[in-house]
Design a binder for this molecule. Structure first.
Ligand SMILES: C[S@@+](CC[C@H](N)C(=O)[O-])C[C@H]1O[C@@H](n2cnc3c(N)ncnc32)[C@H](O)[C@@H]1O
Length: 206
């Protein structure tokens, strides 16, 4: 096990997070503070639950987190955290949008750490990751409140700049980040969009 991998793995264990990936959210939050008290947060690709737990701690007990994954997740919500609703669903399903809309009046932040099962073929993995992140952006367009934030993981590749361009008209500020806890050799990077601009005042129908 590499040194920094070992460091974040043990840190996550000590701090009771099920995955070291939590530090890729924590680092962005410490720098840009887009998670705030009392917000509603949608976490796509939430399993095994670290980002949802971290978001729930950060927004506090008056907030709410909805975690979505194709894998079943169920971790008890610790004291003083926002309540977490775990949904076992595919982000591509239309029922997901209907269910989210039925239960909650939009979200202030959408975070996505979704990743495809990697094949080792860089181009294919990049395209699968782009498809997931474009779906996350589509859901942001449907579910985010005005001025909301979007933080997502993407595997870099030749079409990555096009994705960043697609984000730009939707947010006041868009930046690309590579957190320290992300392995240097990993092609993953993170895009943070803040100041979501809803073109129509109303959240559109599904
Ligand atoms: C790197 S893991 C997320 C780790 C999580 N952020 C954490 O900190 O515990 C990526 C997740 O994306 C999920 N995923 C991939 N495709 C998905 C899809 N179509 N719908 C929902 N979740 C998906 C996978 O099941 C996997 O659990």
């Amino acid at each position: 096990m590499r040194k920094e991998q070992d460091y974040y793995f043990h840190k996550a264990k000590k701090e009771n997070y099920p995955a070291r990936s939590v530090y890729k959210l924590e680092e962005a939050q410490k720098k840009h503070k887009f998670l705030k008290q009392k917000q509603r947060v949608l976490d796509l690709g939430c399993h095994p639950g670290s980002w949802s737990l971290y978001a729930a701690k950060t927004i506090g007990s008056a907030g709410l987190v909805v975690g979505v994954d194709i894998q079943y997740t169920d971790i008890p919500t610790p004291k003083d955290h926002a309540e977490i609703h775990w949904l076992c669903q595919d982000v591509y399903s239309d029922e997901l949008i209907i269910e989210l809309r039925k239960q909650w009046p939009g979200f202030h932040v959408l975070i996505s750490d979704m990743a495809p099962a990697t094949t080792g073929n860089r181009f294919a993995d990049h395209q699968h990751s782009l498809r997931l992140v474009r779906r996350a952006l589509e859901l942001a367009g449907l579910l985010l409140h005005e001025n909301g934030s979007f933080y997502c993981k993407v595997f870099q590749g030749e079409d990555f700049p096009a994705f960043v361009q697609e984000c730009k008209p939707l947010f006041a500020d868009v930046r690309v980040m590579k957190p320290q806890s992300s392995r240097t050799e990993s092609r993953e990077v993170f895009v943070l969009g803040t100041g979501f601009k809803r073109l129509s005042k109303k959240i559109p129908a599904a």
